[in-house]
Design a protein around this ligand. Structure first.
Ligand SMILES: C[S@@+](CC[C@H](N)C(=O)[O-])C[C@H]1O[C@@H](n2cnc3c(N)ncnc32)[C@H](O)[C@@H]1O
Length: 344
């Protein structure tokens, strides 16, 4: 199977935006920019995440290093967290934005001496995760925000968050909460989408990674320099996944964690590995926009649930640029990992 990025999109970007405009109205979606819709989005999207998105209970993107979509990709980030657990011989792990519990429930059986606690904003996610973890003595879930991590959860040797810290509004405040929750010598890992920052200002190794991520021939790749259509695709993705303030840049997180006293050890652009998973959701979403039978659902399904079809459709343009259909290959968003340590 060829790498997903060498195959054409289901449709060119202008056609995709026209479909979105006709069915939902681009301006109508973007009117939610800046609004706090996280809670209604996740309440309404529950059936979508349970039945359409991915593996049972998983709410993050697959990372497939070979560029071919497979469900194994949902475990890529978890393997990295397992590696960090081994590195620091962790006894306590805190998962931020644990969703329906997929990550901690996957990790707990293989780490019987480690206590896993998941913290999530949404009560219904915590309920699902707690039910699925009922037979696991070393995994539990509780409701709360990472903007105010309960003191009982402090002292974690590993703190991690997959595709959740994009919802943070005050990075310094959340970074301080994270640092306070970590034991000295502990590790913090986040995987997320990030708006591309100024390319030339990026550290040399990040620039090297980025050059390999996209097709040849781009230099500056900051969000504002991306083609307008690609920026619109990115903004549509952000709003239809409730990231209405826009993804943060990795520089902003790096700086906030550093100000909180952590030492950033790794920041790596993994966009290339996310392409196959994004294309998988893109092809499924294209069916919705191509078929009137599916579009009828728009009239019976809750607004934020059905708008996930927009995120699915536009995701690849946001990370790859308008791509194979137009030759325009500058993306506006990266999928990256950031890892930091709390000094002893
Ligand atoms: C895309 S889902 C990812 C869930 C999980 N990390 C996974 O990989 O399956 C994002 C999660 O972040 C949670 N979330 C959003 N804002 C939060 C906050 N301030 N504190 C804790 N959880 C939050 C949402 O409820 C949701 O479960």
């Amino acid at each position: 199977m060829p790498h997903a990025k060498t195959t054409p999109f289901a449709m060119p970007l202008p056609e995709a935006l026209a479909h979105v405009d006709r069915v939902f109205g681009v301006d109508s979606i973007l009117a939610d920019e800046g609004q706090d819709i996280v809670a209604p989005y996740y309440v309404q999207s529950e059936p979508g995440y349970k039945r359409v998105h991915s593996e049972k209970g998983c709410m993050h993107m697959a990372l497939n290093p070979d560029g071919v979509y497979s469900a194994d990709g949902y475990f890529t980030q978890i393997r990295d967290v397992a590696y960090q657990i081994r590195q620091v011989q962790a006894k306590r792990v805190l998962e931020l934005g644990s969703g329906m519990g997929f990550n901690s429930i996957t990790l707990a059986p293989d780490h019987a001496t480690v206590q896993f606690t998941g913290l999530d904003l949404m009560a219904h996610h915590v309920k699902t995760a707690s039910k699925d973890a009922a037979q696991l003595p070393n995994a539990s879930f509780r409701q709360g925000s990472y903007a105010d991590i309960p003191a009982e959860l402090h002292g974690a040797d590993v703190v991690f968050g997959l595709e959740t810290l994009c919802y943070a509004t005050d990075l310094d405040a959340v970074a301080a909460q994270i640092a306070a929750a970590m034991a000295p010598g502990g590790r913090f890992v986040m995987y997320d989408g990030f708006r591309r920052a100024d390319f030339d200002a990026a550290p040399p190794d990040v620039q090297t990674a980025a050059r390999f991520v996209m097709y040849d021939g781009f230099r500056r790749a900051d969000f504002d320099a991306a083609p307008p259509d690609v920026q619109t695709a990115a903004r549509l993705f952000e709003v239809t996944t409730a990231v209405t303030g826009g993804f943060h840049t990795i520089d902003a997180w790096d700086a906030a964690l550093t100000r909180a006293g952590l030492v950033v050890l790794r920041r790596e652009d993994l966009t290339d590995q996310s392409i196959a998973g994004m294309r998988y959701l893109h092809n499924r979403a294209a069916k919705f926009f191509h078929s009137w039978k599916y579009r009828v659902l728009k009239h019976v399904m809750p607004k934020y649930l059905i708008r996930n079809a927009v995120a699915g459709l536009v995701g690849p343009y946001m990370i790859e640029g308008a791509g194979p259909n137009s030759g325009d290959t500058m993306g506006a968003i990266t999928y990256s990992v950031l890892m930091a340590e709390k000094p002893r």
